[in-house]
Ligand binder design. Structure first.
Ligand SMILES: [Zn+2]
Length: 189
């Protein structure tokens, strides 16, 4: 399957995670009115009590934690908890492909995102779904670079900031030469 198709399939996870924009200090799920507007725009028929909204924010961050470190057992437990709450189990669907049987609250945007994560995000090409390496940003993006080594949401924002920090913290000419070489890895296409 082409990378572009995978990007389209993973779009729901990207949209959900990026409702929080840490670099700008905004959160679409910060209050009920904003959250309901966001959900309505995307055809989610889901009620937002304050408790449900708090759970939604927590689950969103659990998905992000998994994307930050896919090897972390704690992150696995976080995502597995979401799966347990929203899906009963796998079955073979009418199209002879893997389907998940909906449990309680099937309309939750987290239920949809975690199903996509299981069905698409764990595939090899699903590993292109990444989180910006900047701890202040944590923007979720799809790495379309041929080398799959992109680490920043945007080289002009977080990548440039990181380079500037490196530049300021290291002044020795030898270091600068070494750093210049290492920067050629991990840049966007
Ligand atoms: Zn970033």
């Amino acid at each position: 399957m082409a990378a572009g198709d995978t990007f389209a399939e993973l779009r729901g996870i990207i949209d959900l995670c990026n409702t929080a924009m840490y670099l700008h200090g905004t959160d679409e799920f910060a209050d009920t009115a904003r959250a309901e507007a966001w959900l309505r725009e995307r055809d989610f028929n889901w009620s937002t009590s304050p408790e449900a909204l708090a759970q939604l924010r927590a689950d969103r961050e659990r998905i992000r934690m998994f994307l930050i470190d896919r090897a972390d057992p704690g992150a696995h437990a976080g995502v597995n908890d979401i799966v347990r709450r929203h899906w009963l189990g796998p079955r073979i669907g009418a199209d002879a492909e893997l389907q998940l049987v909906a449990g309680a609250d099937p309309q939750s945007p987290v239920a949809a995102a975690v199903a996509t994560l299981l069905l698409v995000g764990l595939r090899q090409d699903g590993r292109r779904l990444k989180v910006c390496a900047s701890a202040a940003c944590r923007y979720v993006y799809f790495d379309e670079s041929r080398s799959r080594t992109r680490t920043w949401c945007d080289m002009n924002i977080c990548g440039a900031r990181s380079k500037m920090r490196d530049y300021r913290s290291r002044q020795a000419p030898e270091d600068m030469i070494h750093r210049h070489n290492s920067q050629t890895e991990g840049t966007s296409p």
